[in-house]
Design a protein around this ligand. Structure first.
Ligand code: SF4
Length: 250
């Protein structure tokens, strides 16, 4: 959970920047993938973002100059900029600077987070963030620790504190043989509702990143077949019955 040291507050370690993204928040967006993640989810679709020392260094103004290219699309679609990863809160100084600069340019801002960070990092980002896409992967700390190598206690503490802002959307990766049973999913929905969260996105597990692992010389870590939107629909029904706005996909 250590933050990546930043040579100065405007240097950012970036994995990639994706324009015209439609899965990382409302409208058409530019998604900036920051480098580094404290977790090791075996189904991770962005394994190249995990190493905190890879990627390339960019300044905040260089990143903003890419983001600004599609300002017209954001205006017409209700989109904006999303900071993702990896875990963007591993670079809290850089993230805060990016969010401030984005807001100064009038852009809608979203942060995708695993929640595995020091609470103060989230609270620093909050005033400049319009929505947080906050992963809730499981409610059992032992299972979460064993599979994802993280601390669910830290994540839930952060989720509870951040939920008071009213800006949190729950992102639930639907992973066979991990959390795709009715009791586990009901538990996640109940947790979200108890914190005043009104919307959840269900993300069907896929195996599209397998080739990336081969290129990185690593082994794909979750031997399950990919699933479809239809496979997730019964869980979507449970969420709607519980009172959440549910979307399948990001
Ligand atoms: S939290 Fe996200 S980026 Fe980090 S290992 Fe898990 S899936 Fe990958």
């Amino acid at each position: 959970m250590n933050n990546i040291p930043s040579p100065d507050s405007t240097s950012v370690r970036v994995s990639s920047i994706q324009r015209f993204s439609i899965h990382d928040g409302p409208g058409i967006r530019t998604t900036v993938f920051l480098q580094g993640c404290p977790l090791r989810c075996p189904w991770c679709a962005n394994p190249e973002t995990q190493d905190p020392l890879s990627g390339k260094m960019m300044s905040v103004s260089q990143i903003l100059s890419v983001v600004e290219r599609d300002a017209d699309y954001y205006r017409h679609s209700g989109g904006g900029v999303t900071f993702s990863g990896g875990e963007p809160l591993m670079q809290p100084d850089a993230l805060e600077a990016l969010l401030k600069a984005s807001k100064a340019s009038g852009f809608h801002t979203a942060v995708e987070t695993s929640g595995e960070t020091a609470g103060e990092n989230l609270l620093r980002a909050e005033p400049f963030t319009d929505i947080f896409l906050f992963d809730i992967k499981h409610c059992d700390a032992k299972i979460f620790r064993k599979v994802c190598s993280g601390s669910l206690d830290t994540i839930l503490r952060n989720l509870e504190a951040l939920s008071k802002s009213g800006k949190v959307i729950a992102r639930i990766p639907c992973i066979p043989a991990f959390n795709m049973d009715a009791d586990t999913v009901r538990g996640i929905f109940a947790l979200a509702l108890s914190l005043g969260i009104k919307e959840a996105h269900l993300l069907p597990y896929h195996t599209l990143a397998k080739d990336k692992y081969a290129r990185l010389g690593r082994t794909w870590g979750w031997e399950q077949s990919g699933i479809s939107k239809e496979d997730v629909e019964p869980f979507a029904c449970l969420g709607r019955e519980a009172g959440l706005r549910i979307r399948i996909g990001g």
